[in-house]
Ligand binder design. Structure first.
Ligand code: 0A1
Ligand code: ZN
Length: 863
């Protein structure tokens, strides 16, 4: 007998795409929520578009009745198998009426219609992207089927908030049932089912109004639990800023009369762009100075903007199929990054985006989960909401925007919106619109097709007699198995030449490397310059240039752009820490350059100064190691370099800390920079054992004006195990016991502590406030703990980590599979850890059941 697994996974391939045979014109939904279940009645008006069966998808539904054009269908009139209901020989015009029963009360997967919260404090929300609508009713649940939705919601009056997409057309009491009420919503825009949303809850609302450039008055409504409504102002302001920004920068105005956002405490991801009714993880919308760190608050604004921008890039123009996910996500991330860059220093924004890309996307691209930005096949699309699709997708749009320049990029995006508004399209359509001023843009398609991070290597030759500088660059991308041999990609390399004596820029050019090896000649160069490459990170590649440490120190001093200065510090640090991986550097030059740069920069741009002290996390360093990775060794090297920085600059910390006094809370960029730098200085001072540093930490905690200060102090005390750190932890817990998001911080500061042990993790998992049904809480322990590789990659660490995945596999497979993806690089570990990790994964495979986890395991184990 061949060894066939019992449920061979069903792979879906991009090349098999077929148009749907039926279009849906209108959908009428009637959702009645009862104590233990919900009944969903739907009426679909459908019209044939192409030959073929009428196919509806449905999962976890109890079918009560189905009729076609007024006739009840009996079993035999349709086939039902593997999540599909198929009607063969359907006429060209069809009215389907379907009744199903679902159970949101027991839906722990948080997809479809589900209950969040517990006890008296429950609410019901939907999450339909990518394929959750099929858990609400039978439907052609695919993004290229667009329809007009009318939704009637009915529930007990205990839930006064009844919301769905579009405009409210009617509301009232249910006849003969005084305890129940209803609301009817109509969405005038054609939308795919993944953008459907409804909410049944008891929420307060913060309202505002925005008048668009077209003169439309839009009611803005932010819904949250009454205890949280005071934390909605930051989000509301961000929404208005984003609406205006999109009008100014892309000429896109909002199209409905109402824009609603609902905060929910149980949510698998950050937020969801449902048409006119966004649903947000509370962590991504609530913000107040007392409870939210600056970093978090900044990301709240970015996520609000991201979801808002989807209204044009995702909703009005949507994806033809899920392979095109990057079409909406890559472009929308690029848009939210640009928005954020306009809200703070653009250098710091670029630093943060590139740091995330390098730490997570480069690692994904180097391991067994590598896939093209536009994947070609999948078993479970939920497994492809990855940093490759999102962040590398955004980098491709950025390269195109930079290649075209702002004027032609705007012409291209205008053309995209003009041509495809109201349609479900592909990456090719996107590139074709963007290339109206330059057909070379179509060549970027290979970036969407080819996995792996290109490595750009190079050197320079200076000819004194001819006064020319020749830069030779070559590119190489690893061959990922299962894909064609890699081709050279178009790589824009932003370049500047610096005169060694004056430190001035003598030439600046965007080089386009689009062959395997190329030379670029600069004429009239008076002396051999220092070359700065990949400025502003002009392409998502790894750079391997023939630099001396002194060149990098020179650039740290003379580069004019903050991002580029940060980039050279990171190159220096990587050279030092990854010694033995082929590169050799001593820390002296780096330490000296830092000492020279920091004092002036701290006074000038505190946020950038804080970033220059960045030493990549242990996780990020690990992602650059492809073999014999020893977590203990890397941690020891990292800690030692951190200690050297702290010791070398120890005389500066006291002075700097004094120059960064605590002031009443203020949300300006300067104030945020001061707080960020102060927290790092505090940590450095504790590392260097500077006299009085423990007292600074205690005073900062006690006198904090905001969470950034308080949490910064707490984290430093926990990481440095200062004598009464546990008293401060208790104080923090007691102060904020009522606030789940702050208690998440309390869990995560312990679970990610430098010296965390598996006993501590186990205790946190058994804490009475730990909750398996709240992804934020699970992540606050599990994701936090996975940031400590020396603990994660041990018997006990892996036992805990894999047991969490086992536990969630059935209840919430989306979350389980995302957690599992963190283990992808097991194969790079040195023995015996490698074998141990392998065995744990194989054991997990024996127990796993969801296709989400099985697909991820299958890929991960192919390493
Ligand atoms: N489209 C959302 C991301 C998202 C994806 C899946 C979800 O549930 C499984 C939820 C949200 C965004 O890009 O913001
Ligand atoms: Zn998105």
């Amino acid at each position: 007998m061949p060894d066939v697994p019992p449920h061979a996974p069903h792979k879906i391939n991009l090349k098999d795409y077929q148009k749907p045979s039926f279009d849906v014109v209108t959908v009428d939904l009637d959702i009645k929520l009862f104590e233990a279940y919900a009944q969903v009645d739907s009426t679909l008006q459908m019209v044939r578009q192409a030959a073929g069966d009428l196919v509806l998808f449905g999962e976890d539904l109890e079918l009560l009745a189905i009729s076609m054009n007024g006739d009840q269908l009996a079993i035999g009139d349709y086939q039902q198998e593997a999540g599909k209901l198929t009607i063969v020989n359907a006429p060209d015009q069809v009215t389907l009426e379907i009744q199903v029963r679902i159970c949101p009360q027991t839906n722990t997967a948080l997809e479809g219609f589900y209950m969040a919260g517990s006890g008296d404090d429950t609410m019901f929300v939907t999450q339909c992207e990518p394929e959750g609508f099929r858990k609400i009713t039978f439907y052609p649940d695919r993004p290229d089927v667009l329809a007009i939705f009318t939704t009637r919601l009915e529930a007990d009056k205990r839930y006064p908030t009844l919301l769905a997409n579009g405009n409210l057309v009617e509301a009232g009491e249910v006849a003969d049932e005084p305890s129940r009420h209803y609301a009817i919503w109509h969405d005038p825009t054609n939308k795919p089912s993944y953008l459907f949303a409804c909410v049944v809850a008891d929420l307060d609302v913060l309202t505002d109004v925005y008048t668009t450039s077209e003169g439309r008055e839009v009611a803005l409504e932010l819904y949250a639990k009454s205890a949280d409504i005071d934390k909605c102002n930051v989000g509301m302001q961000a929404l208005k800023d984003a609406m205006e920004w999109d009008e100014v920068n892309y000429g896109r105005a909002y199209d409905l009369d109402r824009y609603m956002i609902v905060a929910v405490s149980q949510f698998n991801m950050g937020a969801m762009e449902n048409k006119g009714l966004n649903i947000f993880n509370t962590a991504c919308v609530l913000s107040s100075p007392e409870t939210t760190t600056d970093a978090r608050s900044f990301s709240v604004k970015a996520i609000i903007a991201h979801e808002y921008f989807h209204n044009w890039t995702g909703n009005r123009i949507t994806c033809r199929d899920w392979f095109q996910l990057c079409l909406k996500e890559g472009f929308t991330v690029y848009r939210d990054q640009s928005f954020s860059a306009d809200q703070q220093s653009s250098a710091v924004q670029r630093i943060d985006d590139v740091a995330t890309l390098r730490a997570h996307q480069f690692s994904e691209d180097a391991g067994p989960l590598a896939h093209p930005v536009r994947p070609e096949s999948f078993v479970e699309i939920n497994n492809f909401y990855t940093t490759t699709v999102y962040e590398k997708g955004a980098e491709i749009v950025r390269m195109i925007a930079n290649t075209l320049g702002p004027v032609d990029f705007r012409k291209g995006t205008d053309e995209y919106f003009r041509r495809y508004d109201g349609q479900a399209v592909t990456v090719e359509d996107f590139l074709s619109a963007l290339s109206i001023t330059d057909d070379k843009i179509e060549e970027f398609i290979d970036w969407y097709r080819q996995p792996g991070t290109p490595v750009v290597s190079g050197h320079q030759d200076y000819d004194d007699a001819a006064q020319t500088l020749t830069i030779t660059l070559s590119q190489q991308t690893r061959h990922v198995s299962g894909f064609e041999a890699p081709k050279p990609l178009p790589i824009p390399v932003a370049t500047a030449l610096f005169d060694k004596d004056s430190g001035d820029i003598v030439a600046e050019r965007m080089l386009l490397l689009d062959q395997a090896t190329q030379t670029f000649v600069f004429e009239g160069v008076a002396s051999d310059p220092v070359v700065s490459l990949l400025r502003d990170f002009s392409a998502p590649v790894q750079l391997n240039y023939d630099y001396q440490d002194e060149d990098l120190a020179f650039l740290l001093k003379h580069e004019t752009n903050g991002f580029n200065r940060w980039q050279v510090t990171q190159m220096l640090v990587n050279r030092i820490l990854l010694q033995g991986q082929g590169i050799k550097s001593s820390p002296d030059i780096y330490l000296q350059a830092l000492a020279q740069t920091l004092p002036a920069l701290a006074a000038d741009d505190a946020m950038l100064a804080a970033r220059l002290l960045d030493i990549p996390s242990a996780q990020e360093l690990a992602s650059a190691i492809h073999k014999d990775y020893d977590p203990e060794l890397i941690k020891a090297k990292r800690d030692s370099l951190y200690q050297q920085v702290a010791d070398t600059l120890q005389d500066q910390w006291a002075e700097l800390y004094k120059k960064l006094p605590m002031q009443p809370y203020d949300d300006s960029a300067d104030a945020r920079g001061t707080r960020a730098l102060r927290n790092i200085v505090l940590d450095m001072a504790l590392t260097a054992n500077v006299k009085g540093a423990v007292e600074w930490a205690q005073q900062q905690y006690d006198n904090a004006s905001c969470m950034t200060e308080r949490f910064g102090a707490l984290k430093a005390m926990v990481n440095h195990q200062v004598a009464n750190a546990s008293e401060y932890l208790t104080d923090f817990y007691t102060r904020f016991q009522a606030n789940d998001l702050v208690i998440d911080l309390w869990f995560s500061v312990q679970a990610s502590a430098d010296n965390v042990s598996t006993d501590v993790i186990q205790a946190l998992l058994e804490h009475e406030d730990f909750d398996w049904n709240t992804p934020n809480r699970v992540r606050s322990v599990i994701s936090a703990f996975s940031s400590q590789p020396t603990v994660l990659w041990t018997q006990e660490g892996l036992d805990i980590y894999t047991s969490v995945i086992k536990k969630l596999d059935d209840a919430n497979p989306v979350l389980a599979s995302r957690l599992l993806q963190v283990l992808a690089r097991w194969n790079t570990l040195a023995e015996p850890r490698r074998q141990m990790a392998h065995d744990k994964l194989v054991d997990l495979q024996k127990h796993a059941a969801s296709k989400h986890v099985l697909e991820s395991l299958d890929s991960v184990l192919k390493a």
